[in-house]
Design a binder for this molecule. Structure first.
Ligand SMILES: NC(=O)C1=CN([C@@H]2O[C@H](COP(=O)(O)OP(=O)(O)OC[C@H]3O[C@@H](n4cnc5c(N)ncnc54)[C@H](OP(=O)(O)O)[C@@H]3O)[C@@H](O)[C@H]2O)C=CC1
Ligand SMILES: CC(C)CCC[C@@H](C)[C@H]1CC=C2C3=C(CC[C@@]21C)[C@@]1(C)CC[C@H](O)C(C)(C)[C@@H]1CC3
Length: 425
């Protein structure tokens, strides 16, 4: 097969700080992961500590980590390929076709849970993940680099209509680093195996809760039983991951699957960033135990419950509306027409703020950090990062929607003036 030589008709606008951002982020973010993990395990757990508590290089490498990461990805690939669960179609692509996706993520999570219980019963020292965390992160970062290089190279054989509009700087002024970062190919597949969809929900997301459980087991090893704070963090994050896999079909309409190419940003985000930074709270609690009053715990559970309710209800309302606007649960909602034929909701959750799902997600993020107390900023890393990510994501989505819906989008913004937090933002 010859590499595709067609010129792209779309001249992409640069995101994430353009070429400079795309050059620095792939170096800076992997180092950030290792830095955060090292600080989190240190007694002071202070991000202002100088010199930073960096581990000797020998602590970054362990062949067992390679075996575990490769074994884990192989297991999740096998579960992805199991012919169980339904098969769903994605949105219509530029060439008019629709791809098919297996909806068996919840099965994969359940089978993984059973396998884990068997391994624990057989005496597997799961708490050892605490000791192995740095080599595991190094290995996951290595895999995300290798995968992104493979994705970049194979994209030159992809037909033009299969390329993403955002990750292609064109033939004349091509910027390989930018394209490598953003991802050139929209839905890279090996046969029917969809690499982006698989990575978005399986190895990293399930890996995150497996690592959390490892931290809980380490706490049991050290102190005889899990603390209330550790149980809350594990419970909340398990709910979030289970919800994502239970509602797996909804991922097919997210920006990542519909719009973004599969490059370093998503490969690293899915395989290294999510499992090794989203669970920092559990790791923090192993070294810095916290006592939590019953009233405090009840308040945090309530906050997580409210966040989850807003997140789930608003996401489900939009997904239902996009799949079938005549469905009885959404047919009564007020909408405005757009020139594309699609309508925009202006009542219900989407008439409250323009991104109610982000609001719910942020409330949950706060509830995940509060069990770690107020003495350190590190367990709040996720809330801070996530606020920045969602503000940036909201701006990207707004740009896409304005380009897509024109005047109708302006009308929507006038009707629903606040983006994420009513009367504030
Ligand atoms: N934990 C994490 O790290 C992350 C979590 N998330 C979560 O993922 C979920 C999905 O987020 P994301 O993919 O960013 O985007 P959204 O689910 O918010 O989808 C945005 C799209 O919804 C449609 N839309 C917007 N307004 C309306 C309206 N009024 N009526 C009908 N349709 C509308 C538009 O697409 P169209 O009109 O084309 O259908 C728009 O492009 C969120 O809950 C978010 O919090 C996201 C990023 C990271
Ligand atoms: C490291 C980069 C600068 C940023 C990487 C961002 C990614 C980590 C996130 C982009 C969108 C995501 C989503 C989820 C996880 C994080 C990433 C990959 C999600 C799967 C989490 C669970 C939710 O229920 C969801 C709605 C399915 C999320 C979809 C978007």
């Amino acid at each position: 097969m010859k590499p595709n030589k067609h010129k792209l008709t779309h001249s992409a606008e640069r995101e994430f700080g353009g070429a400079l951002g795309a050059t620095c982020i792939p170096v800076f973010l992997p180092l950030t992961v290792l830095y955060l993990l090292s600080v989190c395990r240190s007694p002071a757990a202070s991000v202002l500590q100088w010199p930073p508590p960096l581990p000797p290089t020998a602590h970054l490498w362990d062949p067992l980590a390679v075996v575990l990461i490769v074994g884990w990805i192989t297991l999740q690939s096998f579960l992805y390929l199991l012919p169980i669960g339904k098969v769903s179609e994605g949105l219509v692509l530029r060439d008019g076709s629709r791809l098919k996706y297996p909806i068996n993520g919840f099965h994969a999570l359940s089978i993984t849970a059973v396998l884990l219980i068997v391994c624990l019963w057989l005496g597997m020292p799961h708490g050892y993940l605490f000791e192995l965390i740095l080599p595991l992160a190094v290995c996951a970062i290595g895999v995300s680099y290798l995968l992104s290089m493979y994705l970049y190279i194979r994209s030159f054989w992809a037909p033009q209509h299969a390329l993403s509009l955002g990750g292609n700087t064109g033939e004349i002024i091509r910027n390989p680093l930018y394209d490598f970062f953003m991802g050139r190919e929209l839905n890279p597949r090996i046969g029917d195996f969809d690499l982006k969809y698989f990575c978005e929900l399986r190895p990293g997301l399930i890996g995150w809760v497996v690592i959390n459980l490892g931290m809980l087991m380490k706490e049991v090893e050290l102190r005889g039983s899990p603390s209330l704070a550790m149980l809350l963090v594990n419970g909340f994050q398990l709910l979030y991951v289970t919800d994502a896999l239970w509602n797996e079909e909804a991922v097919l309409t997210t920006m990542d699957i519909v719009h973004d190419g599969f490059g370093f940003m998503l490969a690293f985000g899915d395989l290294a960033w999510v499992p090794f930074t989203y669970g920092l709270q559990a790791m923090f609690l192993v070294v810095h135990p916290q006592s939590l009053s019953t009233l405090g715990a009840a308040g945090i559970i309530l906050l997580n419950g409210i966040g989850y309710y807003i997140f789930r209800k608003s996401n489900s309302q939009k997904n239902q509306f996009r799949r079938d606007p005549t469905h009885k649960s959404v047919a009564h909602l007020e909408t405005i027409a757009t020139a594309t034929g699609k309508r925009l909701l202006v009542s219900g959750w989407w008439g409250f703020v323009r991104h109610p799902n982000y609001l719910g997600d942020l409330l949950m993020a706060l509830a995940w950090s509060l069990p770690c107390g107020m003495s350190h900023i590190l367990p709040y890393f996720y809330v801070i990062y996530f606020t920045i990510l969602l503000i940036h994501r909201e701006a990207r989505d707004e740009k896409h929607c304005r380009a897509k819906y024109g005047l109708a989008w302006d009308t929507y913004c006038r009707r629903v003036p606040y983006r994420i937090i009513p009367y504030i933002y």
